[in-house]
Design a protein around this ligand. Structure first.
Ligand SMILES: [Mg+2]
Length: 205
């Protein structure tokens, strides 16, 4: 059966490469905190601070430290992601759309050059945590005429279907994205193999 070639936007952290679990583990050890990964995107009370900017600053310190001391943690992706992206690249156009800040660009580029060479036609950093320069993923999906967004962030999936006009947003199931009813165009996927199946279904529709 013939498949349509789709434009697919891929989130980076916790889709292509693990981030939240190690970041929260480090945070809890370093700041004697008890943050639950389910509340990664929630208010300061879940981070044991008065202002969320304090927690965000600490996570940024963790990331900058990792760039210097263990950059491989930002370069070695989930092996399933490598396989799925490579197999989809035979039919589809793919790009990375990450909420990461611009200072992470060298890490993102190195991961792509090492493990996804020629698989992504573009890499976009939306600076999600910097309100002065951030862009919504929906606005980028619209600009790129994306058909599908793959993301673990419910907010980003909502932005992609509402503002970005994607056909479908595929939400990778995680403890931090289970607190709201899903928009009808958002499909929860248990893992990246289910993501691939859903993309193939859309391509054949
Ligand atoms: Mg993510």
């Amino acid at each position: 059966m013939s498949e349509r070639s789709l434009s697919i936007g891929w989130d980076c952290d916790d889709v292509l490469i693990p981030f939240i679990y190690p970041a929260v583990e480090h945070y809890n050890l370093t700041y004697n905190a008890d943050v639950d990964v389910a509340h990664f995107y929630d208010g300061p009370e879940h981070w044991g601070v008065d202002d969320l900017s304090i927690a965000a600053g600490r996570v940024q310190v963790y990331m900058r430290d990792k760039i210097v001391n263990s950059p491989q943690d930002f370069i070695n992706p989930n092996p399933d992601a490598v396989e799925v992206v490579h197999s989809l690249s035979r039919v589809h156009r793919q790009f990375i759309i990450t909420g990461r800040s611009d200072f992470m660009q060298p890490m993102t580029n190195e991961m792509v050059d090492t493990h996804f060479a020629d698989k992504f036609y573009k890499i976009i950093h939306t600076n999600h945590f910097d309100e002065h320069i951030s862009r919504t993923k929906g606005s980028v999906c619209l600009e790129e005429s994306a058909d599908v967004l793959v993301d673990d962030g419910l907010l980003h999936c909502e932005s992609a279907v509402e503002e970005g006009e994607v056909e479908v947003a595929l939400l990778l199931d995680e403890p931090w994205n289970r607190d709201r009813t899903l928009h009808p165009k958002i499909i929860r996927c248990a893992n990246l193999w289910v993501v691939r199946e859903e993309i193939q279904k859309i391509a054949r529709s």
